[in-house]
Design a protein around this ligand. Structure first.
Ligand code: BEZ
Length: 249
């Protein structure tokens, strides 16, 4: 999918604000070599680098990597697929926030991440977990069906604890903590919040339709979701996070 890095930075800053908790859990140390998988606009890579760690951020979006490189010239960024990368020099830790649910080949990503870690290296990750944005996704899918009669593939997968920890254990990791929790998430911009989110994150769904159909899909989705997700002037999405701490055997 094509990412709009400007819209992401401007309206969806909550993604990396919540991610700062995950950085704390990582507890990066000066001099450590840390890989940020799915680094997006690089905000959290830069937060980690401020501790004196040597950070490499990877993302499969060239637009995101261009934005990250321009914003944080002191950090190393490169375009790479999370399920198909290889580094010669191993890492002390792997970090990822709100990215791994986009990777279709979850096992391929686990294989690459495990291979990139030193023995004893830390793995600290948060992503959308089982049941993430179920209401939101259903509302958008129903709206697309109603307006254009099509079924949609949102292109994301939200694993359960058992699914992801099994993959990690199969590929050389020891899991010490895994948590699935609700995180109701308030979108910026009041009434416009859902529209902004759909335009950013459901582009792969919308781009097959005319601009009039896109406007209608968003209008219908807002109508279907208002009772469930609109509270006190803001859209509040039914996010669920899967947070995992592990290390390489
Ligand atoms: C998430 O972080 O859970 C997410 C972000 C954008 C689209 C879908 C899910």
């Amino acid at each position: 999918m094509q990412w709009n890095s400007a819209l992401y930075q401007d309206k969806h800053a909550f993604v990396f604000k919540y991610g700062e908790d995950v950085v704390q859990l990582l507890a990066p140390q000066a001099g450590e070599r840390i890989l940020d998988v799915g680094c997006g606009t690089g905000h959290l890579s830069n937060v980690i680098a401020h501790t004196g760690a040597k950070v490499v951020g990877i993302d499969n979006s060239a637009d995101m990597i261009a934005s990250a490189t321009a914003s944080f010239p002191g950090v190393t960024f490169q375009v790479a697929d999370a399920a198909d990368f290889n580094f010669f020099e191993l890492f002390d830790a792997i970090f990822s926030n709100a990215a791994l649910h986009w990777v279709r080949d979850a096992e391929g990503a686990v294989i690459c991440m495990s291979r990139a870690l030193k023995s004893g290296g830390r793995f600290v990750v948060e992503m959308g977990g089982n049941g993430n944005i179920e209401k939101l996704t259903r509302g958008i899918g129903d709206a697309v069906r109603e307006v254009v009669g099509a079924e949609v593939d949102h292109g994301r997968h939200y694993p359960s604890i058992s699914e992801y920890t099994t993959l990690l254990e199969r590929h050389g990791m020891v899991v010490s903590n895994a948590l699935l929790f609700d995180r109701p998430t308030v979108f910026a911009d009041g009434e416009l919040g859902l529209r902004n989110w759909i335009n950013q994150f459901e582009q792969a769904v919308l781009r097959d339709f005319s601009s009039e159909q896109q406007v209608e899909i968003i209008r219908v989705a807002e109508g279907k979701l208002r009772d469930q997700l609109f509270r006190d002037g803001n859209w509040v999405a039914d996010y669920k996070r899967l947070r995992i701490v592990a290390h390489k055997r």
